[in-house]
Design a protein around this ligand. Structure first.
Ligand code: HSE
Length: 418
């Protein structure tokens, strides 16, 4: 019989996820893993675990030779990076749920894993209970991943569901997301798309070998969505979702971004409600696959942490196959997007930047248009996030090539725009 590594865990953080993990581990004795110490920021709060388990001194965990695994589920990305760095350098394997920390320090973390030979696993950091990282890493270990689109933030999906299907207002919906333990302690990270783009950063690494700073990936959240947009969606029998997506173009480069999008009802992502997340993958031979599961909350996130802990018993490491064993793909800005824009003031929309405009509703009150615009023109400006402008992608938003300039100009003239 094969014997597996016994895991002695030092846990950083005892919030929604940390406490969830503590409970889940107690119900999984077969794992041969136990928590030796938990490092917290402050004593004082009453916690549902023996007081002797807790310390506020990080070195009690990081310098303890018995502890061979550090599990880090804290909220502070800077402190998390320091903990993870020290743990790896001290010869410990690490499981982390800190998406912001991973996204912002990906290059350094890749180098550290190579230098130390230790394992850093973070399945819970994206889509919580859906095993998306290991799937991208192991199952799609080939060059055939045509596209991947996903709902990766549970809170915004929860808020959109509560507003559009249950009639709550934004504040009520956000409060509920916070009370349920889905939202970040700074909910701006969820609402304005930061959390989603952070997750997308390292999912792109596992999907395509792309290592890009989140700062260079175009994104927005749901903060600008207007009730007019919801009416448009309802009239078209569509839903609005915050979608992270990447598509391999004909020349092999990858178009990637995180933006709100109109979703047809027969799209798998339309099925994803509340704090659930969903991932749709299109690949060469398998065609379309859909992964679905809870993307936030105590036990769903703890389940992914548990799965990483379990994988460490077998010495599992991410190999970053797309980065190190294949020719990594590169991000491109050279494509076009099919967009809908609603606005109060026409002056806020530089219509000359569009390749063409398909639809134009300039009635009193909230106005809207749909048209095609170069991705690079969105990336180099912010007008589409400001002055009450709301930009929502249309279904199948990526266009690789557009017609010649002359035809484009003609279509604008016909639409009466110029
Ligand atoms: N705030 C995050 C979300 C938690 O809502 O998806 C899970 O990463």
């Amino acid at each position: 019989m094969i014997t597996h590594n016994k895991l002695t865990i030092g846990l950083f953080g005892f919030g929604v996820v940390g406490e969830g993990l503590y409970k889940v581990l107690q119900q999984t004795p077969s794992l041969n893993a136990s928590i030796k110490k938990v490092c917290i920021k402050h004593f004082g709060k009453k916690r549902n675990a023996p007081a002797s388990l807790f310390t506020t001194d990080k070195d009690d965990l990081l310098n303890d030779r018995d502890i061979n695994v550090i599990v880090e589920v804290i909220d502070d990305a800077t402190a998390a990076f320091e903990i993870v760095t020290t743990a790896l350098q001290n010869g410990k394997d690490v499981v982390s749920a800190s998406k912001k920390m991973i996204a912002e320090n990906l290059t350094a973390l890749l180098a550290l894993q190579q230098q130390t030979g230790r394992s850093l696993l973070y399945e819970s950091a994206a889509c919580a209970s859906i095993p998306v990282i290991r799937n991208l890493e192991e199952y799609y270990d080939n060059d055939l991943l045509h596209s991947i689109k996903a709902i990766v933030n549970g809170s915004t999906n929860f808020i959109l569901t509560k507003i559009f299907e249950e009639g709550l207002d934004f504040k009520q919906a956000l409060l509920l997301a916070q009370q349920s333990g889905f939202a970040e302690s700074n909910p701006k990270l969820d609402v304005e798309g930061y959390d989603a783009v952070n997750k997308w950063t390292f999912l792109l690494t596992h999907a395509y070998g792309i290592t890009e700073s989140p700062k260079n990936i175009l994104f927005n959240g749901i903060q600008n969505i207007h009730s007019r947009d919801a009416e448009t969606a309802a009239a078209r029998k569509q839903e609005i979702k915050l979608v992270a997506q990447a598509k391999k173009l004909k020349n092999g480069s990858v178009a990637a971004f995180v933006l709100p999008q109109f979703i047809n009802q027969d799209d798998h992502l339309a099925f994803v409600k509340n704090e659930y997340n969903g991932v749709v993958i299109e690949s060469g031979f398998a065609d379309k696959q859909f992964f679905y599961g809870k993307g936030a909350g105590s036990f769903p996130t703890a389940s992914a942490v548990l799965s990483d802990i379990s994988a460490l018993r077998y010495g599992y490491k991410y190999e970053y196959k797309k980065l190190y064993h294949h020719h990594p793909h590169e991000l491109t800005d050279d494509f076009f997007l099919n967009v809908y824009i609603s606005f109060d003031d026409i002056e806020a929309v530089p219509k000359e930047k569009f390749e063409w405009i398909e639809e134009w509703h300039a009635q009193e009150g909230r106005k809207y248009l749909s048209g095609v615009i170069a991705f690079s023109k969105l990336k180099s400006s912010n007008w589409w996030k400001e002055n009450g402008v709301s930009l929502i992608l249309l279904p199948d938003p990526v266009i690789e090539e557009v017609a010649s300039k002359k035809i484009k100009k003609k279509s604008l003239e016909l639409a009466g725009i110029f």
